[in-house]
Design a protein around this ligand. Sequence first.
Ligand code: ZN
Length: 478
Amino acid sequence: MRGLFFIDIPILFQHVIFMEIEKEIHDTKYIRELIEYWDAYVHAVINEIYVGVGISLGLSEATAYDLAKNRTTDLKKSGFFKSLFDKFKSLFPHKIQRFRPKKGMFGDGTPMSEKQWTIFNNSVKKYWQKHTGRVAEDIAVKGFLLGRETTNFNLKKKPYKNKSLYQVSFDQYDGEIPSTIMEAYKKYDFDKSEKNILNKSFSNIAMYVQETNTEIQDAIRKQIQLGLDNNKSAIKIASDLYWNVQKDEELVNKYTAETLRRNWHRISQTEIASVYEAGILAQHEAQAMESLRDQSKAKYFIRTGGTCKWCRSKQGTLVRLIPSSVVEDTKNESLRAMGIIDPNTDIAIWPGKNNVGLKENDWQICCPAHPYNVATFTPINIETEWYNAKTGEVETRQVKKKFIPQQVDYSYRSKDEKEYRKPKVMGENLVRFNGNIYEAVPASVADKKLDAWRKDPRLPIPIQMDSPQYRRIFEAAE
Ligand SMILES: [Zn+2]
């Protein structure tokens, strides 16, 4: 029997290695709300399954619900789900039914047979699929469309960060933002690469939903068998199921409802960020394909947002979109390595680029780059726009009109931009000037440093000490 307890660590828990990463909060309201809804919805479904198991173990309905509500500090106040679901009821009609396995499902205190477990697992699976399948598709479609809208808002310079999900649905979709892939295809003009990218994002999300179902079945089985083996009472088993945190046995912690819900929280935020970014990039993929032949069509983005240390150090990074179909090695983001020479950046991004399975040292520039990540790619026209590090946004260059109105003088810069472009000391022998980072190097290593920089343009640009350039940049730096 022991062998049956053994479970491979599934993909779900690969996220755990990132657990120390701080949570980041999205600064765009409609995305925040989408995360809030999906997180709470699945949370409620998990709760319902555990309540049903508790009742089947012999608890009264009131005790089972009470047990599910208590003990956590954050959001288990009575009525929490109800008020949240009420808030979103015009957007999400999904209803959660009761989960009630047959009474006495867990026998009379004797270990359950393999057949009994199969029956139980199938009932969880059926309930789970019924309640999470359509919602996952709804979330994928809405997340993708919201990414698309964000690009439009950006293009039209419309303030959008405080718009609610309801407002976007009302303003852009006459109150009926699509909830299925077919509906989205029918109503909106998706090109082929957009369809591909949406489909891929959805299967990714569906995979995480499926993994969570497997986790739930394994967790319940593990705790119930453990409880029966140790002659625990029904209420003790149910309480362990929900909250058991055995200090000495880390592995057991992951088999509680509480752990499953925490994991789900991480998945919902990270996967929504991922489909949202796909929606931002997808509509430009066709142009990115053309740019492989015609450099003037190159589509650039700036990585903005994200509040952790890693993200802050990457804010303002200029990247170029390429179609995912031309990426051979997903662990190498150098344009040069792909045979694309770009005078403005060497960093490629593509829809679906991610850091799953990579250690922090090896993370590439993508969004999301880590669990709970809220950084995003903002499109930039490098001729007419610039990244303002002070506001963290891509802004239009302020143009000074001359007397002949057709002529635009791009050389004019706002006070903020001028300030940003002044030489500024960033660290020992490091100066930022004109948007680039320069490193002062002694003559003896100058050639070597220059070679390294040519291979990897992300490195600081080496400047030989005491050269005229050195004096201009380093001696003027503040
Ligand atoms: Zn971050």
